[in-house]
Design a protein around this ligand. Structure first.
Ligand SMILES: C[S@@+](CC[C@H](N)C(=O)[O-])C[C@H]1O[C@@H](n2cnc3c(N)ncnc32)[C@H](O)[C@@H]1O
Length: 275
């Protein structure tokens, strides 16, 4: 059991770069970290796998495009169904050492009444910290996994965080309310398909000086994180987000394995969350 847990924690990076299964999502994606540890769907760092289309990044599922539902065009390309098990990974205290969540939150310069969204919130690792940083504000946690949404709702209730709302969203639309000061996306950007269209919707939800903040893996072999063909270089991200009408305003370069990139509709102006 201890070995399994250790493997899961070591796979934190791997789970965050889950590739598009080479078989159908329905048949191969179990959403189980145990399955991940066996390599059935998620490669350990450095593991070789059949390279999927798009270097492991989500692709449109054309087979479901004829359903007639606007939001069924993409299925989640990797599933995170077992919330308890994923929590052992995402919320591992060992992650804090390199993830430095409090320093990341400090970089957001949130005012206590800020309105924030956490897209791909997972088990709420950042959601709960954001909620503590905005005691008079709101945090909307968005995910595509019903079990994770329920997990966050229970976690927030148990922590007495009344300013958290966890919401299930389709894969192609975070369905954000307008007027957000910060939208945080951690280790999730590369899981999203059709990113310019998706982040155009995010841009429309930003307040006048609001910021989209991405935390994404650095290129190169790292102690944590996926192999390079699952990552996106920052210049690719910035180019995709330019298509969405977002400009790179700032980069915070103090995390060992990840970039922290700040985007806005324009980079001038004192935002509510800026110092
Ligand atoms: C690697 S986890 C990161 C979780 C969390 N941000 C963290 O740092 O602990 C990626 C999360 O993104 C979610 N996800 C994947 N595709 C998504 C999409 N299109 N929209 C929103 N969330 C998505 C997954 O369900 C999963 O919870």
């Amino acid at each position: 059991m201890r070995c399994l847990l250790g493997c899961l924690i070591a796979l934190l990076g791997a789970c965050t770069h889950a590739k598009v299964p080479t078989t159908t999502a329905a048949s191969s994606a179990t959403g189980s970290p145990a399955a991940a540890a066996t390599g059935s769907e998620i490669p350990a760092s450095g593991a070789t796998e059949t390279s999927p289309k798009g270097h492991g990044h989500p692709q449109p599922d054309s087979s479901s495009s004829e359903t007639g539902s606007r939001h069924e065009f993409h299925r989640p390309t990797h599933r995170f169904e077992d919330a308890q098990a994923w929590s052992q990974v995402f919320d591992s205290p060992e992650r804090d050492v390199w993830q430095k969540p409090d320093e990341v939150i400090a970089q957001l310069h949130l005012t206590p009444d800020a309105h924030v969204a956490d897209i791909g919130a997972g088990t709420g690792y950042f959601t709960v910290r954001l909620a503590q940083a905005v005691p008079r504000g709101r945090v909307l946690a968005v995910d595509v996994e019903p079990n994770l949404v329920t997990f966050i709702q229970r976690r927030a209730a148990s922590d007495g965080l009344t300013n958290v709302e966890a919401r299930l969203a389709p894969t192609d639309d975070p369905q954000l309310p307008p007027g957000l000061d910060v939208v945080l996306v951690v280790n999730t950007y590369h899981h999203i398909a059709e990113r310019p269209a998706y982040f155009r919707k995010v841009r429309q939800a930003l307040a006048e000086n609001g910021r989209l903040v991405l935390v994404e893996w650095r290129m190169g072999k790292q102690e944590h994180g996926p192999p390079d063909d699952h990552k996106l270089p920052p210049e690719v991200i910035t180019s995709e987000l330019a298509e969405a009408g977002l400009e790179l305003c700032r980069e915070w370069d103090e995390l060992p394995h990840q970039h922290v990139l700040f985007y806005g509709t324009h980079c001038q102006g004192a935002a509510k969350h800026q110092p």
